[in-house]
Design a protein around this ligand. Structure first.
Ligand code: PDD
Length: 284
């Protein structure tokens, strides 16, 4: 078992993978990405991730038809070759290599880079006790639906939250509308209803978010995709955050104030049951 990378279709040990320093991804963060997990060797919601990758590429005018790249086959091969079973796949497509200039020519060839590593396990205490979040102002760009590799605002938000003792931060608008965290979507539960901010340009349209909404509907739990205010967040019965890397993490407090009892709630637990088990969890 080993960490590997795939550069434009060529697989190499991760430590040997190199990219040119004039790649526009390196100099301008001019690219898009996906994070996909595999459980027991099976990539989870792969088609949904590849569809979103195409939408992100279209969103930054990257002239690319992702279906012709054979990404699905490359991803499956990488998952198999690294041998971890539970894998974290990072995939990015940048506009490619060119002499540094803001405007880009149409003739640049995009670069595809993937890494395959063991999926980190989530600390059991985070799942059982919940996480602490703070609320912060939005300092990101105006196209957060595009999964751009330009994540400096998100990096600053998460790092500042961690330094203040929080797991992450919920980004809110100037009029106190809840958006998402630095790297996950946010759900609240109110009177048995599952509520999450609408999928507009201010949030990433999370694949996990979509999976949970579908599951909830299948379980006859009523769902609402609409604006959520900070006061509604603070008064919620449950709050949880979702992403490919964490599945679901329950939130026990926001800005130091406990959410209801301050303990993870039943809907988050019920939603978590619908996820495929990692090999480690299945063998425990
Ligand atoms: N982040 N919102 C933001 C800003 C994100 O960066 C992510 C994912 C999500 C959840 O999306 P999904 O359910 O498709 O993973 C929401 C990934 C995991 C990351 O950057 O590492």
């Amino acid at each position: 078992m080993s960490d590997i990378a795939c550069i434009n279709g060529n697989f190499v040990p991760l430590a040997e993978a190199l990219v040119p320093i004039e790649d526009r991804g390196y100099q301008f963060a001019d690219g898009v990405y996906e994070v996909i997990v595999a459980h027991g060797g099976a990539p989870f919601l792969l088609d949904e991730h590849l569809d979103r990758l195409q939408r992100s590429a279209d969103g930054i005018r990257l002239d690319l038809d992702c279906t012709t790249l054979g990404l699905g086959a490359l991803i499956r091969r990488g998952i198999e070759e690294c041998g971890y079973g539970d894998v974290m796949v990072y995939l990015q497509i940048t506009r490619g290599v060119a002499s540094r200039e803001h405007a880009y020519a149409g003739s640049i060839t995009p670069n595809l880079v993937m890494t395959f590593k063991r999926k980190p396990t989530i600390d059991a205490a985070l799942r059982s006790d919940g996480i602490k979040l703070e609320t912060v102002a939005d300092t990101r760009w105006a196209h957060c639906n595009i999964k751009s590799i330009a994540l400096l605002a998100n990096v600053m938000i998460k790092n500042a939250a961690k330094q203040r003792g929080y797991f992450d931060a919920i980004i809110v608008t100037p009029d106190d509308e809840v958006l998402e965290t630095s790297c996950a979507n946010v759900f609240i539960v109110r009177d048995g209803r599952l509520i999450t901010p609408a999928a507009d340009t201010r949030i990433l349209h999370g694949i996990t978010r979509g999976f949970i909404l579908n599951n909830a509907r299948a379980l006859q739990i009523s769902v609402e995709e609409r604006s959520v205010g900070r006061s509604e967040l603070m008064a919620a019965d449950e709050v949880f955050m979702t992403s490919s890397s964490i599945d679901i993490l329950p939130v026990c407090s926001v800005d130091g104030q406990p959410i209801r009892s301050g303990k993870p709630g039943p809907i988050a637990a019920r939603m978590l049951e619908s996820f495929p088990k990692s090999a480690a969890a299945a063998n425990a």
